[in-house]
Each structure stands twice: as C-alpha cells, then as structure tokens.
Design a protein around this ligand. Structure first.
Ligand code: GH3
Ligand code: MG
Ligand code: MG
Ligand code: MG
Ligand code: MG
Length: 296
C-alpha cells in the first residue's frame, strides 16, 4: 500500500476461526498480533504498540467496549485507531462504540472488500497523524527534539523532580564563533556542523527521560533527569571534548583551530531561580570565561 514501514495490527477476537479470517484479510498491511481476551489485548498494546486494533466487542473480560474505554482514556493511546468488529446490528451499540472513541465499525459476517478498504483508510490516516505529530515535535535540520517538545518535557520533569525530590539537571549549549563559521565556510557547511553537534548530544542523552533539543539557531539544551549538578558537569565536559574531537576545522575561531561549544550547567532547586535562567546564566559565564568550556 505504501513503501513506508509495514504496519502493526492487533486482532482481538475470542473465536479462533474469526481471527484466522481477519488475519487472512489484512495480512498484507504488515505484521499481525492476536489477542483472545481483553486482558491479552491490553497487555499486547502495552508491550508492542500497534498502529491499529480490530476489536471484537464480545470478548472475555474486559469486553471490547471496556478495552476501548481503557485505551482511549490513556493519553499514551489516544491516537491509536480502534475498529470494532461485531455481529451487533443495533444502532445504539454502534453509537456507543463511536462515543467511546472507536474510529469505525465493521459488521459480521465480514465482507472482505469492506474490511480491507476500511482498514486501509484508517492506517493511512494513522500514518498521517504520526507524521504530523513528528513534525510538531522534531527539529527538521538535526532531528533532535524542537523547542516545543523541550518545553513540554522540561515542565513534566520539573513537576516530577518536585514531587519525588529527585535531582534534575539542564545543560545549555551554544556553538562558539558560529557566525564566522557560516561566513567563511558557507551556510550548508554550517548546517552540517549543527547536525554533527546534534549527533554528539544525541549520543550523550540516551537514557530514559533524557532529551537533547535544538532550541533555535546554534543553541541546544540537554535535559538530564536523575543527574546532580556534579554529574551533569562531568557529562558537559565530555560533550565539550567530543565536539572538539569532531575535528571540524574552524580557522576563524579565536579559541580553537576546530569548532567548539560553550556549556552552562544548572540543577533544579525547588525554591531557587528558574532552571532555564540558571543554565542560561551559566552559559553566559562560559562565554565570558573564554568559550570552549563548561560553567556551572
Ligand atoms: P558566540 O561565540 O558568542 O556564540 O558567537 P556566535 O557567532 O556563535 O553567535 P551569534 O549569535 O552572533 O551567531 C549565531 C549564528 O548562527 C548566526 C547565524 O548565521 C547562525 N545560524 C543560526 N541558525 C542557523 C542555521 O540553521 N544554519 C546555519 N548554517 N547557521 C545558523
Ligand atoms: Mg466474540
Ligand atoms: Mg547563540
Ligand atoms: Mg554562538
Ligand atoms: Mg547569539
């Protein structure tokens, strides 16, 4: 149907013959998972998020309507399309399913052409939703998180740090003498350099909850839940050294023969100055201290 990645579909029905029939109708869309009860369906969604669910209404507990309600009230699964498959013909049953958040309704006995057509439509819509979501949160040049995604993650992590009294650190990073780099090597080379710096940040922010983001221009941030200021400062120093190790020649920098970055480090303090302001001030101090260095 497209040359994009194959889709993952979850088929839920307590009747083995129905599962086999459904599977034969939609196998060409991608990979299939099966569940025979509501509990199995929820477990499968939690372990391997599908792109679409074909959900029999009459399954052992929780039943199809309950499964739909559970999934649709969880923000993690709000975009997951659910198509009900059922022998019910009553309009009020169909309305209930749609009100619970189902995108469509398919009647048994199954009409093969209708099943394929509806599933295809909803997979295409799901793909478009995913694409738009990615565009909304990703910086197109570096593929890091963009400022919008960063601001959301920062809010969330600050709330978590306050609630659990766990450490949270933030790095702010700015490329040194980048205007000169652009002026002398050209904008396309400048873009390449930004991608290379982003690659370094991505390598150092792989643990769950960590996020590297491009805030704009040649300014980046790394959000580090669980890290104290001391540990974050060590990490910042490793990032600084790794950017130097990229070895991108910068003949017009006053501080190094290669491209370098300055970093500011700050740790969250519930009663203190805003975390981003602290990290910004530290970055400014690093610039004042001569660039190609870390300030905390
Ligand atoms: P400093 O060491 O004080 O940070 O000096 P600087 O030259 O890096 O700082 P300044 O803010 O004067 O210049 C930032 C430059 O970043 C200006 C602009 O040309 C460049 N820039 C911003 N966004 C992009 C981009 O998307 N691609 C490229 N190639 N350059 C960009
Ligand atoms: Mg059934
Ligand atoms: Mg700047
Ligand atoms: Mg700069
Ligand atoms: Mg600037």
């Amino acid at each position: 149907m497209t040359d994009a990645k194959p889709f993952r579909l979850l088929l839920v029905d307590d009747d083995e013959a129905s599962l086999d029939l459904l599977a034969s109708l939609v196998a060409h869309f991608g990979t299939l998972a099966r569940a025979r009860t509501g509990a199995e369906a929820l477990a499968e969604v939690a372990s391997h998020l599908p792109d679409l669910i074909l959900l029999d209404a009459e399954i052992p507990s929780p039943n199809g309507f309950e499964v739909c309600e559970i999934l649709k009230t969880n923000p993690l699964y709000a975009d997951l399309p659910i198509l009900f498959v059922t022998a019910h013909n009553a309009p009020e049953i169909e309305t209930l399913a749609l009100r619970l958040g189902a995108v469509d309704f398919i009647h048994k006995p199954l009409n093969p052409a209708i099943v394929r057509a509806r599933v295809r439509t909803h997979l295409l819509l799901k793909q478009r939703t995913d694409d738009l979501h990615r565009l909304a949160i990703q910086d197109p040049l570096t593929r890091l998180a963009n400022r919008r995604a960063f601001d959301d993650a920062l809010d969330q992590e600050i709330r978590r740090a306050r609630r659990n009294a766990t450490p949270l650190s933030l790095l702010m990073l700015d490329v040194d003498y980048f205007k000169r780099y652009n002026d002398h090597y050209g904008h396309p080379k400048g873009d390449e350099a930004l991608r290379a710096v982003a690659g370094v940040l991505a390598r150092y922010s792989r643990r769950a909850g960590e996020m590297a983001a491009r805030l704009g221009g040649e300014e980046f941030a790394v959000l580090l839940p669980g890290l104290s200021a001391d540990t974050a400062t060590l990490l910042a120093e490793r990032i600084r050294a790794s950017v130097i190790d990229l070895g991108l020649p910068h003949a017009f920098s006053d501080v190094a023969p290669v491209l370098s970055v300055s970093l500011g480090v700050a740790a969250y303090e519930p009663e203190g100055t805003a975390l981003t302001d602290c990290a910004d001030q530290a970055l400014y101090a690093a610039k004042k201290a001569g660039r190609n260095c870390v300030s905390a």
